[in-house]
Design a binder for this molecule. Structure first.
Ligand code: DSN
Length: 417
């Protein structure tokens, strides 16, 4: 049987994948929700498991031929439960938004009141923001950060909950650089009779490695993606107490999804095994040490950090005091080989498509083995780019030096270089 390789069968796609490998190798990748998965995770994800349909759960499927899928999914579930100390795990959600939506479907009726962190303050679309189905089909009230300190305003959150009596309270963020006090959220949920959902997507790897307090002992339900600090394939999981397990499983399938992506389940299982090792624990702590070092060095160059610094993997900074806009700076950085994303900052007077800030983080660079002195180098590149935003030739010269810098750091899963 003639089985051409990807390069032989489809050189267009093969070339684009090769180019992406090179791009990921050459750039300083600082988008805080991105990472490099291991070669083992890539192999599992790119396997024949993509061929199989498995609607249902282990032992109760609607298709035959589950001899290998049932033990595989059970392995992923057991590893998730053990790593995070959860009663129950569902590893089937396709990604973070469907995972959150499944929790809404399991616990709420359309029109019920939900309370989450406002997107412009660092929350997520699916925490009740108005353009999301979670804001359109539910009555959403939103808390935020104190605009002076940039830190979560727990008093405002509690007062809002007392006034609005939400049925679901959501904690978790996509652009919040500080530790989240999950016990404080649970206390408010108990006071107003709400269910507490913690979305730990950004910090799951830090939680697994002991570098951020875990929401699992506090929340009734925890959702997470698997591809950010956790360093697995693109996917998601829902962890919950035993009494909610049936409702959550039913909401994922048949409520929201059809067949699980078994190749992703395999990648998640491999990533969970990796995340249970001492090396991953050290990784999680180094992510935080690197973020702190990068934040301090950037502040030294006059960048204004939201909340004044970071406790986790992420830095949010207002670049307008340096005479820049977020978009202008992010685009100049990308040309110079440093990849982050433009982002609103709390209280931003500018629009989301051209905001005041940039968001960056250290999960990917730490996966390459970078340490604190390397963060000082990266901050110095940021300063140079800020001085050269309107000078494409200067940005290209910086990019050449950035390529030289990154060439010393191998990327997990990538063999170029
Ligand atoms: N898009 C993700 C992020 O970049 O934070 C959140 O879903």
């Amino acid at each position: 049987m003639n089985q051409p390789s990807l390069r032989e069968a489809d050189p267009d796609v093969a070339s684009l994948i090769a180019a992406e490998e090179r791009r990921e190798f050459e750039k300083v990748r600082l988008i805080p929700s991105e990472n490099y998965v291991s070669r083992a995770v890539l192999e599992a994800t790119g396997s024949v498991l993509t061929n199989k349909y498995s609607e249902g759960y282990a032992g109760k499927r609607y298709y035959e031929g589950q001899q290998n899928i049932d033990p595989l999914e059970s392995l992923a579930v057991e590893r998730a439960r053990a790593l995070f100390g959860a009663d129950h795990a569902n590893v089937q959600p396709y990604s973070g938004s469907p995972a959150n939506l499944a929790v809404y479907f399991a616990l709420l009726k359309p029109g019920d009141t939900v309370m989450g962190m406002a997107l412009p303050h660092g929350g997520h679309l699916t925490h009740g923001w108005n353009v999301s189905i979670t804001g359109a089909w539910f009555r959403s009230v939103q808390y935020g950060v104190n605009l002076e300190t940039g830190r979560l305003d727990y008093d405002q959150m509690r007062d809002l909950a007392r006034r609005e009596r939400p049925r679901l309270i959501i904690a978790g963020a996509t652009a919040y650089p500080r530790v989240i006090d999950f016990a404080a959220f649970r206390a408010v949920a108990d006071e107003v009779g709400a269910t507490f959902l913690a979305d730990m997507a950004h910090i799951a790897g830090l939680v697994a490695g002991g570098a951020h307090p875990s929401p699992v002992p506090h929340a009734h339900v925890v959702t997470t993606t698997t591809h950010k600090t956790l360093r697995g394939p693109r996917g998601a999981m829902i962890l919950c107490r035993e009494d909610l397990a049936k409702a959550v499983d039913k909401a994922v399938f048949p409520g929201l999804q059809g067949g699980p992506h078994n190749h992703t389940t395999a990648g998640i299982a491999v990533a969970l095994r990796e995340a249970a090792t001492p090396a991953f624990r050290e990784y999680a702590h180094q992510v935080v040490r690197n973020a702190r070092a990068l934040a301090e060095a950037l502040a030294g160059y006059g960048f204004k950090l939201v909340s004044g610094g970071t406790d986790n993997h992420l830095i949010l900074m207002d670049v307008t005091p340096r005479g820049l806009t977020g978009k202008q700076f992010a685009k100049a950085l990308d040309r110079a080989g440093l990849e982050c994303n433009y982002n609103t900052v709390p209280g931003d007077p500018r629009k989301p498509f051209d905001p005041s800030g940039v968001r960056l983080g250290t999960p990917a660079v730490t996966s390459r083995g970078m340490k604190e002195p390397d963060m000082a180098r990266i901050a110095a590149f940021f300063h140079e780019v800020a001085e050269a935003v309107e000078d494409p030739d200067a940005l290209d010269r910086i990019a050449a030096r950035v390529r030289d810098f990154t060439s010393a750091f191998p990327c997990p899963g990538i063999l170029v270089g």
